[in-house]
Ligand binder design. Structure first.
Ligand SMILES: CN1c2c(nc(N)[nH]c2=O)NC[C@@H]1CNc1ccc(C(=O)N[C@@H](CCC(=O)N[C@@H](CCC(=O)N[C@@H](CCC(=O)O)C(=O)O)C(=O)O)C(=O)O)cc1
Ligand SMILES: N[C@@H](CCS)C(=O)O
Ligand SMILES: [Zn+2]
Length: 792
């Protein structure tokens, strides 16, 4: 592989980013200690600097080159989108005081924007592309101040230099920043944040110049939004924004700041992870950026011809092939990856390099940390590559099949071993999934179900309920940690959880809720818990990945055919039910969400795997029903998350995802009421699918949007039960009774009282008991008030 461009040595073997949370969640712990007031800001800064130093030296020790900008500088205290918005001094009006006169926002302000303060709501959080990471949405209006006032990356370039490392600062690119932003409150209807492109690009130019002065030879600008065509902005307008933005940025001279003070810049590497760059490659080629990194795992090698039929000229750009999956954990088939790199090489680029398809922050640090994990069979561990192992794969691919013959041979052995391993394909599971009749996916007509359920359940108008989890107290988490450590035995653990269920049931009775839940105290996570109880999954001990801010999950590993060896939730639901005469809602996580929040086998289609999970859940639902649980909720918060980034792929996705939910839930009788719950979504986009799920009751996140979706729901003729969340569980704020009453009265203008349910936005696991109790008291009082006025 050629190693140079006209100006700079290209990072020929690199990664697009590395986990930021630390191998033992050091950053999470440092940040949360600071928030809790246990450490000063200086102590936090010191802990973060130490983590960055360890990361840099670790990447160097793994073999990434220190001189050629191969090592990314991508630290973040909270979120990478927020980092850039803050560097540009972007704050919503309600937080204007956090921006100093010179445009800077200090660390305390950075956290306040992320977490809110008193009545000032934080920035909205939404899912990042098709992943389980959530970013903070910048709010940009026509008058929002935008200027470069300083970036932490500049200091990080210097820190790296002190270690003898020429690091490559990583930033979200200007077009993606604006496509991910939302119009600030009060913006004219026809305003789009992309209208502020010129101001943003001017600020980026200053930022790039600053990075260059600090010694950066390359800068990485992440433009994953270019792999999607689902933005409100038409693709042609996005392409012209790319041309304009990079035309300006690339027009500055590359290299050292010249004597007359012209702003020089580092060479620009634009990345486009999460899918195909498609025709967005043309404006980048025309703009003259020095390098483009392509996702060759989910995306394609660019065609040699542009849509207008003209031959594409790659001779002035370096192309970096993202052939190592940054978003999943399977060891790379190196022969296949090398083949893709060859295809890329055939385009005639000025230079080529090898990298990951996305940043590695979606995967845990290292498989080595799982040594001795009884929940991860050694055979399966051998098939995995987490971040460190992926660095090794990138280096092997850069060395090539001759240079790294042993690594290539090991990769071939893994491919063969995985295909033939016991448990990967199990006859019984496959026969059952293959022979499903159409009737396995359908229930009786809703009218029939509704009548039967009304008769059996006898619920009041506007029934009140919660979404499932009650606060996961430190005590509960500690009990689980002690169980893992062996200092608490199974029986004592189960007893502690049963005691919590009893407390939660008593509390709900006291509050006067109509449909109760057991509270999910026994669940470490709504996906991992099921994975731990299903065959075909493995779980990690230390495989934490960031989900948002300081919050992490340990995605499970779905490696083989899935089945349910024994009932999972039935004992908890029946125990809870035995404590009350009120109905108790069974609580399961749906097949799509189980897949979305796990690392899923890549040797078959997702739809096939989803149906296996669905059949396991169908068995669980049958057992719950047989045990007398008449209401069963199957959560699908990730239904929107997996929606493909290209519109052309939506239909096929919605077909299999909806079918798997229906397969899980269609085995019940007419009187059993199936609920579902969705959150973190722009529901408009998946409304047809929500309807297609055919659940009797659907609860959705709606409080933050003041229930804007309801008129559309009504207009679409949605006739089944709906529970638009009446308060935001992401904030500690307690809603007043009046406020909930107002929301409910508003909702009743779109939805009839027979179909309107009253519930919070989402589960209460991240909240405390005090605020939960006060909020639910107001929720129940509000429902009663509105109910009373209906009768009167
Ligand atoms: C609803 N969401 C979820 C998503 N993905 C999931 N897989 N799960 C979700 O619930 N995606 C979208 C949203 C938003 N995302 C999140 C993600 C993570 C959290 C969260 O609160 N995470 C917790 C960790 C939860 C957990 O796994 N708990 C375990 C282990 C707890 C632990 O750290 N134990 C300590 C010791 C105990 C102690 O002293 O406290 C240890 O092991 O060191 C458990 O309960 O057993 C987090 O803290 O980040 C929320 C929303
Ligand atoms: N039943 C889950 C859904 C979260 S999306 C909970 O209440 O936490
Ligand atoms: Zn939820």
């Amino acid at each position: 592989m050629s190693a140079t461009t006209q100006h700079h040595e290209l990072p020929t073997a690199t990664i697009l980013g590395y986990p930021r949370i630390g191998p033992r969640r050091e950053l999470k712990k440092a940040v949360e200690s600071h928030w809790a007031g246990r450490t000063t800001e200086a102590e936090l800064e010191q802990a973060a600097a130490e983590l960055r130093r360890r990361t840099l030296t670790h990447l160097r020790d793994l073999g990434l080159a220190v001189e050629d900008s191969s090592i990314p500088l991508d630290f973040s205290y909270y979120d990478q989108v927020h980092d850039v918005a803050v560097a540009l001094g972007v704050v919503p009006e309600r937080f204007a005081d956090l921006r100093a006169a010179d445009g800077t926002i200090d660390l305390a302000g950075y956290f306040t924007l992320a977490r809110g303060e008193g009545d000032r709501v934080p920035l909205e959080m939404t899912k990042w592309l098709d992943s389980n990471y959530h970013y903070l949405v910048p709010e940009i209006g026509p008058a929002t101040a935008i200027s470069y006032a300083g970036s932490r990356r500049v200091q990080e370039v210097r820190e790296a230099a002190d270690l003898g490392i020429t690091g490559r600062p990583v930033l979200i690119g200007p077009v993606t920043l604006l496509l991910l932003a939302k119009a600030a409150d009060g913006s004219p209807e026809d305003f789009s944040p992309l209208d502020r492109l010129d101001d943003v690009v001017a600020a980026y130019a200053a930022l790039l110049a600053d990075l260059r002065s600090a010694g950066a030879s390359w800068v990485q600008l992440d433009e994953p939004a270019l792999t999607s065509d689902t933005w409100a902005t038409p693709t042609a307008e996005v392409a012209s924004a790319v041309a304009r933005a990079y035309g300006v940025l690339a027009s500055a001279p590359v290299g050292a700041a010249s004597d007359d003070g012209d702003a020089a810049r580092p060479a620009i590497l634009v990345t486009a992870g999460y899918g195909s760059l498609g025709d967005a490659v043309d404006p980048l080629l025309a703009a003259g950026v020095e390098a483009i990194a392509l996702d060759l795992v989910k995306g394609a090698v660019p065609a040699t011809r542009a849509p207008d039929g003209g031959a594409r000229d790659f001779s002035h750009v370096a192309l970096v092939g993202g052939v190592v999956d940054g978003h999943n954990v399977w060891r790379t088939d190196l022969d296949r990856a090398a083949g893709r790199l060859e295809e890329l090489g055939a385009l005639g680029a000025a230079a080529t390099g090898v990298t990951t398809s996305t940043s590695l922050f979606h995967v845990p640090h290292t498989v080595a940390d799982e040594a001795g994990n009884p929940e991860l069979p050694a055979a399966v561990a051998g098939w995995l590559a987490f971040a460190d192992e992926k660095v090794g794969e990138v280096l092997a691919l850069a060395a090539g099949p001759d240079g790294a013959a042993e690594v290539f041979a090991a990769s071939r052995a893994v491919v063969a071993d995985r295909a033939a391993a016991p448990g990967v394909r199990r006859g019984q599971v496959r026969e059952r999934a293959a022979g499903l009749p159409a009737s396995a996916f359908t229930r009786e007509a809703y009218a029939e179900r509704q009548a039967a359920q009304d008769a059996v359940l006898d619920l009041p108008a506007l029934p009140t309920t919660t979404i499932g989890s009650f606060p996961q107290t430190g005590e509960l988490r500690r009990a689980r940690a002690e169980l893992r450590a062996g200092t608490l035995d199974e029986a004592a653990y189960a007893e502690a959880m049963r005691a919590e269920v009893a407390r939660v049931i008593a509390l709900q009775e006291e509050l006067g809720l109509d449909v109760l839940v057991h509270g999910e105290p026994e669940r470490n996570d709504m996906v991992q818990y099921f994975a731990e109880n299903l065959d075909g999954f493995a779980v990690t001990q230390h495989g934490w990945v960031q989900s948002y801010g300081s919050r992490c999950t340990r995605p499970s590993i779905l490696w083989g055919d899935v089945s349910r060896p024994a009932p999972i939730t039935v004992p908890w639901a029946t125990y809870a039910s035995s404590l009350t005469s009120a109905p108790v809602k069974g609580m399961l996580t749906g097949p799509v969400t189980i897949l979305a929040w796990s690392f899923v086998r890549d040797d078959q289609g997702l739809g096939e795997t989803a149906n296996q999970v669905a059949l396991a859940l169908r068995d669980e639902i049958a057992d719950l029903e047989a045990a007398g649980i008449g209401i069963i909720q199957v959560d699908e918060p990730a239904l929107r998350e997996l929606l493909p980034l290209r519109r052309a792929d939506h239909e096929a996705y919605l077909d299999w995802s909806v079918a798997s939910f229906r397969l899980a839930t269609s085995g019940v009788g007419v009187t059993t009421q199936i609920h579902t719950h969705l959150c973190y979504s722009e529901f408009e986009e998946v409304f047809g699918a929500i309807d297609g799920l055919d659940a009797d009751v659907t609860s959705i996140e709606a409080a933050r949007s003041r229930m804007e979706i309801l008129p559309a729901v009504a207009e679409a003729g949605f006739e089944r039960g709906i529970g638009p969340g009446v308060y935001d569980i992401h904030s500690p704020r307690v809603p007043s009774q009046e406020e909930v009453v107002e929301l409910l009265r508003g909702a009743l203008t779109s939805v009839g009282p027979r179909t309107l349910w009253v519930n919070p936005d989402c589960g209460l696991k991240t909240r405390g008991y005090d605020e939960t109790t006060r909020s639910l008291t107001n929720l129940v009082a509000a429902a009663r008030e509105v109910r009373g006025s209906l009768v009167g």
